[in-house]
Ligand binder design. Sequence first.
Ligand SMILES: Nc1ncnc2c1ncn2[C@@H]1O[C@H](COP(=O)(O)OP(=O)(O)OP(=O)(O)O)[C@@H](O)[C@H]1O
Ligand SMILES: [Mg+2]
Length: 346
Amino acid sequence: MGDKLRPYLEYQADRVEAVLSAHRAPSRVTGGTVGPRLIRFFLNPAPHIRFAAIKRLADDLALALRVPNLDIGRGREGVVVTFPNPEPQEVRLLSLLEEVGPAPVATAVLGLTEDGAPLLARLPAPEVVHILIAGTTGSGKSALLRTIGASLVLTNRPDVLRLVCIDPKGRAFAGLRDVPHLARPPVSEPAEIREALQSLVRTMEVRDQRGERQPPLAVLIDELAELVFTGGDGVSEALTRLAQRGREAGIHLIAATQRPSAAILSGLMRANFPLRLVGKVVSATDARVAAGRGGTNAHLLNGRGDFVAVSGGEAPIRFQVAYIEEESFRRIGREAAGAGNQRRMR
Ligand SMILES: Nc1ncnc2c1ncn2[C@@H]1O[C@H](COP(=O)(O)OP(=O)(O)OP(=O)(O)O)[C@@H](O)[C@H]1O
Ligand SMILES: [Mg+2]
């Protein structure tokens, strides 16, 4: 913990107690956690105080603490007050990978949860299968796709995991151009994209017939909405089929878009993404569209890699995306290409 942070935490804890007491909701701050981006205080309210009475005071607490946003929720630890860390720490993919150690095949490292635990996504797990990433511009979607791509490449040999990279803007995956995991070079032109998706559908059908699902094939897609919009029916249809039936063939879509709205993505396609990773969105309505359900508070996220993972009816998990700079990303791509990925790179 930074030296400046300790007096700050004490001061803020005193403020929280003072505000709650002044509003007749006396509570004690009994503990908390300091995460890379977020600080959490655990509150123990006096027995007669209702949770709703505390929750109503979120705006007053934010004002008193002089923080841009503040969330009050219920957790295992009781009432939890969450606000931004004034000394945010970077979460770096390469150091997180070292910490995590060996992971199962086709498992992507996403970042660190609020509790400081690494968050992983094992693609073949039924709760994962396909991942839809959503969030406004600057929320960190492309960076998250890079993190997923880099972590898959670094922890899986090219014979146990194959990658396909699709990006209409042609920027996001440039660093992976030469890695041996690629089933084909990254595609960005509309005609190429259509062809790549149709070829994936054929692969799926062949694998289906043979009852094959190995090796897992991860399809990274940036700017999904643009792709569907400009690619027309062929693209939309291929994506829908892959989302519906890819799982049995070991084909996994990992797609990012600003807003997965019904206007662009068919209900059928959206319904087949069990895991949603949602970054900052601009409104509560957008949060619902992005997460496919309410109650995630994605409009209160801070941007730049502050995300929630939403899967089924489970409580959303807030996490900070592990970051890999473009420079290291390109270096990894080059090293992987050179070494045939026989050794673990850093
Ligand atoms: N996990 C992260 N940690 C630190 N900084 C991040 C992280 N993710 C993104 N950023 C910062 O935010 C900027 C925008 O991120 P990114 O390009 O991924 O956003 P985006 O959601 O893809 O936006 P757009 O919709 O415009 O493509 C990055 O250039 C980087 O500076
Ligand atoms: Mg982007």
